[in-house]
Write a protein that binds this ligand. Structure first.
Ligand SMILES: [Zn+2]
Length: 504
């Protein structure tokens, strides 16, 4: 079983999660679930970034200690991810002792292996507390950070520890161009290549006398810079530097937002090169969820309540909508109207209606037992094509393409019912043809339960069980998409998968 170590970005503990966070987590979860289905030994990591200065401010504003604040935020985030059915195997928080240990070990390893990479210097520049980084002129528009147009940039000058990032430019360019270190999608790779071609500046990796953070090894007056600290979480979760950390490391896929590619595709691999640790294989940078054309974020005041979005049609519907309509590559729009349209067309009238009609006919005409008939219908052909297209898309992290392939089969199957008209076959006593149609529909539902599972795990499970199949088999490798073994299954009447809302 090939191992597949997948991570999401860890989130700042300074406010409740919104749809932008949710897109990343359900996208990564969809990939993790698909990989498990393929038979990979998946390890899926999520977590929290808890050392930002924004934590101190938020704790102060809310009259609690920073520790109490991050504990509260971690509970909030985790409960949302559980509601959205995230199947992460581990949950890391950068305030945990395992993380302190790895951050210290990695910095000590850099100092041992590449002593020239660390030096002390003075830094002066404009600092964005939203990003927790000094901003270059190219990152400033109208006097504000591009990512945080409502925050003031703060002129800052201090003596810090620096990392000789500039030294790694040529090596990183070569690794990215050769594909040894993959940056996807191509638009993000091109941005990073241009950035590298423009040259790199050395970066400050500590902050002066901050009470909240990891002490810099060998200099207790300094704290490890929160970004330098945060990136290392992916390694902390492997128990680096313990022998055996390579059971998980290198990460196979870091899923991050497009706004933090410089950290993940330049600084992080340079840190690892400096320490002599293997690089992650791939970084996937998704786009943003836009709300009426603007980036959704708390500081921009455009956040839609995540709880409201989940409550509208349930967690599976939100997962489906984010991955199918908003997408996991470029920016995409979220509107209630589109959400409702997709819910009705694709889920209630599409998959839900297909399942209830098909199972009702198996119940009515064959006492709930799926008949045995050869897989030679046009629906079986369409099923095999859907599996092919789905696999090709999902293997290249084209989640929208994967959903499209599955829901194309939904459309074909609903059309098949109309064309074949099983009720007419029953009426005219064409028993063999009726068997063929009901068996074909059984195989289509089997395939759809499997293909849809990474997107809508809860409802796919219900569909699977209503086919009379054992619950956990859906998520194992024993599924057979080439020749779904449905003959003789005792189906049961499913609960309505996607109820029609009262007011849409
Ligand atoms: Zn910013």
């Amino acid at each position: 079983m090939p191992k597949f170590y997948i991570t999401t970005a860890i989130d700042y503990s300074n406010g409740d999660p919104h749809l932008g966070h949710a897109l990343e987590k359900v996208g990564a979860d969809c990939i993790a679930r698909y990989r498990r289905l393929r038979g990979d030994d998946v390890h899926f990591l999520m977590g929290m970034d808890e050392h930002s200065q924004a934590v101190l401010q938020a704790a102060e504003q809310n009259g609690v200690t920073p520790r109490e604040w991050v504990d509260r935020m971690a509970t909030t985030f985790e409960s949302y991810w559980q509601r959205l059915e995230c199947s992460n195997d581990d949950w890391i928080r950068t305030t945990e002792s395992r993380h302190y240990r790895t951050v210290t070990a990695l910095l000590e390893q850099v100092a041992r292996r590449s002593p020239d990479d660390l030096f002390v210097g003075e830094y002066e520049g404009l600092y964005c507390f939203g990003c927790e980084e000094f901003k270059q002129p190219s990152q400033i528009v109208n006097g504000h950070c591009i990512e945080h147009p409502t925050l003031e940039l703060v002129p800052t000058k201090e003596r810090n520890h620096f990392f000789r990032l500039s030294r790694y430019r040529d090596q990183l360019l070569a690794l990215i161009r050769s594909g040894e270190f993959r940056v996807e999608p191509a638009i993000r790779r091109n941005e990073i290549v241009r950035l590298l071609e423009g040259g790199l500046q050395d970066i400050s990796i500590s902050r002066n006398r901050q009470s909240w953070g990891i002490p810099f090894p060998g200099d207790t007056g300094q704290t490890v810079y929160v970004w330098f600290d945060a990136l290392i979480n992916y390694l902390s979760a492997t128990d680096y530097p313990d022998p055996g950390y390579e059971r998980l490391w290198p990460a196979d896929l870091h899923v991050v937002g497009k706004g933090i590619t410089r950290f993940h595709c330049v600084i992080w691999p340079a840190m690892l090169l400096s320490a002599g640790v293997a690089l992650p294989r791939e970084v996937w940078a998704h786009g943003y969820v836009q709300w009426e054309g603007a980036k959704m974020s708390k500081s921009a005041g455009t956040a839609v309540s995540l709880g409201e979005a989940i409550d509208r049609h349930g967690p599976d519907a939100l997962r489906y909508f984010l991955l199918r309509e908003v997408g996991f590559e470029a920016d995409g729009n979220f509107t209630w109207e589109r959400f409702d349209e997709r819910y009705t067309a694709d889920l209630a009238d599409g998959l839900g209606n297909l399942a209830s009609r098909s199972l009702a006919m198996v119940a009515k005409y064959r006492q709930g037992i799926v008949p045995d008939a050869p897989p030679d219908t046009m629906l079986d052909q369409a099923g095999l094509q859907a599996v092919d297209a789905y696999t090709r898309a999902m293997d290249s992290v084209d989640l929208r393409g994967g959903a499209e392939a599955a829901w194309t089969l939904v459309g074909t199957a609903n059309l098949y019912i109309q064309q074949v008209a099983p009720w007419a076959l029953a009426k005219s006593g064409k028993e063999a043809e009726l068997d063929a149609a009901l068996a074909a529909l059984g195989r289509a539902l089997y395939r759809l339960a499997v293909l849809a599972a990474p997107f809508i795990p809860g409802k796919a499970q219900l569909l699977w069980q209503s086919l009379g199949l054992p619950g956990d088999a859906l998520f194992g490798t024993s599924v057979n998409l080439t020749a779904p073994p449905v003959a003789g299954l005792a189906t049961n009447k499913p609960e309505v998968l996607f109820p029609k809302p009262q007011t849409v």
